[in-house]
Design a protein around this ligand. Structure first.
Ligand SMILES: Nc1nc2c(ncn2[C@@H]2O[C@H](COP(=O)(O)OP(=O)(O)OP(=O)(O)O)[C@@H](O)[C@H]2O)c(=O)[nH]1
Ligand SMILES: [Mg+2]
Length: 387
């Protein structure tokens, strides 16, 4: 017999009336080793989760407009959320709020800030924002056009850490880019947000965009001044940035002009000045300036803003400021028409089906692209007239 079996046999018998499941060690003799019978198995899911969630208070259009006009930032943020929503009822409500806010908008300076990733946009916006708020008072809204923001979860949001001074400034409102969609959609939402911010009393609007593609053109179509942030030292300053972006810039600033980078920045700035001479004269009559600064150390920030205010004096003096805004309003009217025509065409159930058929026929060489397109457009007209 093994030692182990000996121990089992030697164990004291259960007390009378004791459940056989109760551990034998609960016997008097083993007082110090009492084993509790334990508790029932707990639910894994928190039962409180089943509690009814209380719906957030819904504000009427009147309440929203009133709040925005009083400068209530919470109400402004709610209205912006409506603007960004894809739900048709939200969109409808948002449009009503925008329409009511429109007469109170327009009284701001709108500045587009662009630059390749890592150029220092966020760091600079923090310094620029603080500078203008100290210089002229008022309120600043920082918005963004970044159609890729679903992937990056809104670059500005992550960047709030890089805009640490503005993020806690009582007169600043930072709103990340609307989540991804078509560039046109994202840009339209940003433009509508500008209207709401202006109605809420924000007299300075910064719109950040990543300087890599089409979003600059969209940004340019809603700002009064387009600032391009460049960096030196990569050796391909002129190739790296698209010529088209330089062409629409009202000012080019070379960032990170600090430490042993100063000389390189000055050289890059000179390169940009030379390149600008080959561009056609701008419609405003303003000759874009090129400056160097350091967003991180705060060198040269004042000079950048002296230039921007000089531009505003210039274009307000010669009437171009108003002209550009009229042009932009016109642009947005056509943009909206084109967008809604396009979406009503592509979302028409008949067209959706017919598109697949036509696509195949074009592919099989049965129809030319033009014939197929015209037939689809005729079909669309026909469907609409039947309605
Ligand atoms: N030396 C120096 N570094 C800077 C300066 N400004 C920004 N940086 C650094 O450059 C890096 C990128 O700065 P960001 O402000 O995040 O640049 P960004 O353009 O917003 O970048 P994305 O959001 O990725 O497009 C950071 O590590 C900054 O600390 C500057 O003036 N001097
Ligand atoms: Mg950034």
């Amino acid at each position: 017999m093994s030692d182990n079996n000996k121990n089992i046999q030697a164990a004291p018998s259960l007390k009378e009336g004791m459940d056989a499941n109760v551990h034998p060690e609960n016997n008097e003799e083993y007082k110090g080793l009492v084993v509790n019978s334990g508790v029932d198995k707990q639910e894994i899911i928190n039962p409180y989760l089943n509690r009814r969630r209380y719906a957030r208070k819904q504000y009427s259009v009147d309440e929203m407009v009133e709040g925005i006009l009083k400068g209530d930032v919470t109400m402004l943020a709610r209205a912006v959320t409506l603007v960004e929503s894809m739900i048709p009822e939200h969109q409808e409500k948002a449009q009503q709020v925008i329409e009511r806010c429109l007469p109170y908008s327009g009284k701001s300076i709108r500045i587009g800030i662009s630059g390749v990733p890592g150029a220092g946009k966020s760091t600079s916006i923090d310094e620029f924002g603080l500078h203008v708020l100290q210089r002229t008072g008022g309120k600043l809204a920082v918005l963004a056009i970044d159609p890729s923001s679903e992937r990056s979860k809104g670059s500005i949001l992550g960047d709030k850490t890089r805009m640490e001074k503005l993020a806690i400034h009582p007169d600043a409102f930072i709103r990340p880019s609307p989540s991804a969609g078509s560039l046109g959609g994202v840009a339209r939402k940003t433009r509508e947000t500008v209207i709401l911010c202006e109605a809420a009393g924000f007299d300075k609007i910064f719109i950040e965009t990543v300087g890599v593609g089409q979003s600059e053109t969209a940004c340019h179509s809603m700002v009064d001044f387009f600032l391009l942030i460049q960096v030196a030292g990569t050796g391909d300053e002129l190739q790296g940035i698209k010529r088209g972006i330089m062409e629409i810039s009202d000012g080019i600033v070379v960032n990170k002009c600090d430490g042993d980078n100063v000389k390189r920045c000055e050289m890059a700035a000179q390169g940009f000045r030379n390149a600008l001479h080959f561009f056609p004269k701008s419609e405003s009559g303003w000759m874009p300036k090129v400056l160097t600064y350091s967003g991180f150390y705060g060198y040269g920030i004042k000079e950048v803003w002296d230039m921007i205010y000089e531009y505003f004096d210039f274009v307000k003096g010669n009437g171009y400021f108003d002209h550009r805004r009229h042009q932009q309003n016109k642009y947005w009217m056509y943009e909206t028409i084109e967008n809604s025509l396009r979406s009503s065409f592509y979302n028409h159930p008949f067209i959706k089906d017919a598109l697949h058929v036509m696509e195949q026929r074009v592919q099989d060489g049965e129809k030319t692209s033009f014939m197929a397109a015209h037939e689809l457009l005729d079909l669309f007209e026909e469907m609409k007239s039947k309605k």
